[in-house]
Design a protein around this ligand. Structure first.
Ligand code: FAS
Ligand code: PHB
Length: 388
């Protein structure tokens, strides 16, 4: 096969990029290792920035999101009994959209065939070749048949464990912080305890009350890295959530059987640069954030916005500078989101190595945020998403 851009990975980054390039008349093929159901079964992000909503609008794929998504004007930081409400709409004029990553991926998947976007699922042994040449290619096997795609560019949208970053490891630098805890998440068909998200810093640990709809809730607590799912039967998790979220929220928690429960490790990670030769990295292939700031999926979207801009400039105006400028442009936003996610994680979690001074700093910062419009505005403009 021959195409303009070979995209590896059919998660949100790969599918968004495929649709955007297709809409510009740039040929691409998406290669995905898993099945569609497997990709949809991974329960991940829940909060979309306006940048991500805007890309779906630009593609004309926002109808279900607008019908089923929940626009949110604010979220809350809970510190024991106290709630600090961050008024996103009042402070920035913007909202965030609560709409699960599964749903946005489903919308992108369902539109692929009708728009002529070729997505090859079940592509095994994907390997990248000649990324420094003007004629890179990707090989893979499907149904036992070894296949090859010749392309002008390869877009590595294959997540943190995919082959794309590995293909350029010697050409860049890694920046990493691994956190001493993970997030145990539960999805349940019960109404949310609150109409806005609550991030709680309790002496027993972190908790987050989120949702997917008016009838489906998503909750998290932080747990030591030694914990396993088997250590957390539903009942124990519901009890812990009630304690950490505080009595006001606890009074409204409706518990029920988990339909998904998983522990995600937390890390901050950046690989720079995000391009080498004719290979561009987008999304988790290039960077990871702790989910505290709800940035992971949204950074994938802004990377894709920049990558599409650069590829369109190349194919339509033969502008190679745009390709060369992709990494710096994407990283400028990546680093600001990394900082925000790291900062909010530091503020809202108890770290095992922290002592009385570190806890006093958290209390002082929450006091400052509670009483400063400037501090709340800073949090709000990062949470709704910095401009692209
Ligand atoms: P993805 O990982 O979503 O997609 C990469 C795709 O590439 C996958 O479909 C994979 O199967 C495919 N692939 C990998 N290797 C391949 C190969 N060799 N050949 C072909 N295909 C290959 N973000 C938030 O904002 N909030 C959250 O609460 C949140 N929770 C998360 C929980 C977990 C467990 C994880 C891992 C991430 C979470 N994230 C969260 C971040 C997450 O939403 C990512 O930012 C988002 O999925 C990024 O999308 P992609 O870059 O497309 O990567
Ligand atoms: C979610 O609903 O899954 C969610 C919301 C906000 C976050 C992280 C996860 O910061």
């Amino acid at each position: 096969m021959r195409t303009d851009v070979a995209i590896i990975g059919a998660g949100p980054a790969g599918l968004l990029l495929g649709h955007l390039l297709g809409a510009e008349g740039i040929a691409c093929v998406v290669l995905e290792r898993q099945t569609p159901d497997y990709v949809l079964g991974r329960i991940r992000a829940g909060v979309l920035e306006q940048v991500t909503v805007g890309l779906m609008e630009r593609l004309g794929l926002d109808a279900r999101m607008k019908a089923e998504g929940l626009p949110h004007d604010a979220f809350n930081l809970a510190d024991g009994e106290r709630y600090v409400r961050i008024d996103l709409a009042g402070l920035t004029g913007q909202q965030v959209m609560v709409y699960g990553q599964t749903e946005i991926t489903r919308d992108l998947m369902n539109a692929a065939k009708g728009r002529g976007l070729e997505v090859i699922y079940g592509a095994g042994d994907v390997a990248l070749h000649d990324i420094e040449s003007g004629a890179p290619c990707v090989t893979f096997t499907r149904d036992g048949v070894h296949q090859r795609i010749d392309a002008r560019f390869i877009a590595g949208c294959d997540g943190f464990h995919g082959p794309s970053r590995q293909a350029m490891l010697g050409q860049g630098r890694e920046y990493e912080r691994v956190y001493p805890f993970g997030w145990l998440g539960i999805l349940a068909d019960v109404p949310p305890c609150n109409h806005e998200l609550i991030y709680a810093n309790h002496e027993r640990g972190f908790a987050l009350a989120s949702m997917r709809s008016e009838t489906r809730s998503r909750y998290y607590i932080d747990v030591p890295l030694t914990e396993r799912i088997e250590d957390w039967p539903d009942e124990r998790l519901w009890d812990e959530l009630a304690i950490r979220l505080g009595p006001e929220a606890a009074a409204n928690i409706v518990s029920g059987p988990s339909i998904e429960k998983s522990i995600a490790p937390l890390r901050s990670y950046v690989f720079a640069p995000m391009r080498h030769g004719n290979l561009l990295l987008c999304g988790d292939a290039a960077h990871i954030v702790p989910p505290t700031g709800a940035k992971g999926l949204n950074l994938a979207a802004s990377d894709v916005h920049y990558a599409c801009e650069a590829l369109v400039a190349f194919f339509k105006q033969n502008d190679r500078d745009a390709i060369d400028g992709y990494s710096d442009k994407a990283l400028a936003r990546v680093w600001k989101s990394e900082r925000f996610s790291w900062s909010l994680t530091r503020l809202m979690h108890r770290f095992p190595e922290d002592g009385a001074f570190e806890r006093a700093m958290q209390v002082a910062e929450l006091d400052y945020i509670a009483t400063s419009r400037a501090a709340q505005t800073s949090i709000a403009e990062n949470y709704v998403g910095l401009p692209v």
